[in-house]
Design a protein around this ligand. Structure first.
Ligand code: NI
Length: 253
């Protein structure tokens, strides 16, 4: 099974900043990925703060949005799965064949109390001195609707600059970011429910959010990133929100 994007899907990605796709892998491959995913989260405590932390709060006691960075480095067999092969094909079809996969992460939204992922642009997390052309391929490992916390996008926000952000709850000890300006009623927000193993693909500037998990099933999502073309940002750009986080999380001297 090889994913082939249609011309319309490629055009929609460039015009609107995101696309939603049906399954990009087989049920057998997906269940293998899910098994590895669950094993990773079961041993999350062993990975240390560099690789695993709560995105939404500053306490690790009952994380409401636990994340694991680079799951395929921790479990390299993930890279051999059809899911990863097809994600690479998607990057190749939207950008260029030679463009690499940049990395991956896993975000679990626990049943019943998983926190919302506030509105943000992914680029707000990255190096302000650089401009990117990359994408995130967001894959739920079970069906996901609005109730479970599917992604929502703002159409055509991929063409915007990076808007002002702040640490979640304006608490610089949290790792996650949120938009620091109000949502405009004019923005066209599109929810993207998906079946298990389906995916959304969004550009690094596309504004997105996911509601809390109000269902009784953990929402497991894997995010694979691909792209290239990192060039110096034309001009001077500072991300004050990153500076505040760095200061608040620096070891006391
Ligand atoms: Ni994001």
């Amino acid at each position: 099974m090889q994913v082939e994007l249609t011309k319309e899907q490629v055009a929609q990605y460039y015009c609107e900043g995101f696309i939603a796709l049906g399954p990009i892998t087989t049920p057998e491959d997906l269940s293998r990925v899910r098994e590895i995913y669950d094993e990773l989260f079961a041993s999350r405590a062993e990975f240390g703060r560099d690789l695993s932390f709560d995105l939404a709060g500053d306490s690790e006691e009952k994380p409401t949005l636990p994340q694991i960075l680079s799951p395929s480095d921790l479990r390299p067999e993930l890279k051999e799965t059809l899911l990863y092969a097809n994600a690479k094909r998607i990057v190749g079809q939207l950008l260029a064949e030679a463009d690499p996969m940049i990395g991956d992460h896993a975000i679990l939204k626990p049943a019943g109390y998983g926190a919302p992922t506030p509105w943000h642009q992914d680029e707000a997390y990255w190096n302000p001195a650089v401009t990117y052309n990359s994408m995130s391929i967001w894959v739920p490992l079970q069906d996901v609707g609005v109730e479970q916390g599917c992604l929502h996008f703002v159409k055509k926000s991929n063409r915007w600059e990076v808007l002002p952000h702040q640490p979640i709850g304006n608490n610089p000890k949290t790792h996650g970011l949120e938009l620091a300006v109000p949502i405009d009623a004019e923005w066209e927000v599109v929810p993207c429910p998906l079946v298990a193993g389906g995916c959304t693909v969004h550009h690094n500037r596309t504004l997105h959010y996911a509601p809390a998990n109000a269902s009784h099933i953990d929402r497991r999502a894997l995010i694979l990133m691909g792209g290239a073309e990192c060039r110096p940002y034309p001009g001077v750009r500072r991300y004050e929100w990153q500076e505040r986080q760095a200061e608040a999380n620096a070891p006391a001297s």
